[in-house]
Design a protein around this ligand. Structure first.
Ligand code: AMP
Length: 104
């Protein structure tokens, strides 16, 4: 399955990379819902049901790295995953939203 995040990771669609690890990239959300809105996305196409403990841990460590890099680690932030229809998930490729920069 190919989705917009697969295309971003493949370099077929432009995006602003904040940082990347071996297994993930972090980009700015194109429609920010907070002063700081980043996405941490596994490079491999995975959906929630495919996640293993290693990837879950790696992504959470990526979130903390990005929060520090964007300067929102001290005041705090929200991490969110939308899943499926009731979660209003738009892109069927696992990703973690990081929202911060103000009190939510
Ligand atoms: P969701 O699948 O509901 O968790 O949300 C997908 C998110 O991806 C939304 O917040 C979109 O604004 C964001 N998004 C969609 N296309 C792009 C893109 N090309 N670059 C950055 N963010 C995007």
């Amino acid at each position: 399955m190919t989705d917009i995040f697969c295309k971003i990771i493949a370099g077929e669609i432009p995006s602003t990379t904040i940082a990347e690890g071996e297994d993930w990239i972090a980009i700015y959300d194109i429609h920010p819902k907070a002063p700081v809105h980043a996405l941490v996305i596994p490079k491999k196409h995975v959906e929630f049901q495919d996640v293993d403990a290693t990837l879950a841990g790696t992504l959470l460590l990526g979130v903390w790295e990005i929060a520090q890099k964007l300067g929102i680690d001290k005041n705090g932030f929200r991490v969110m995953i939308n899943h499926g229809e009731h979660g209003s998930q738009e892109v069927p490729h696992l990703h973690l939203h990081i929202l911060g920069g103000k009190k939510l």
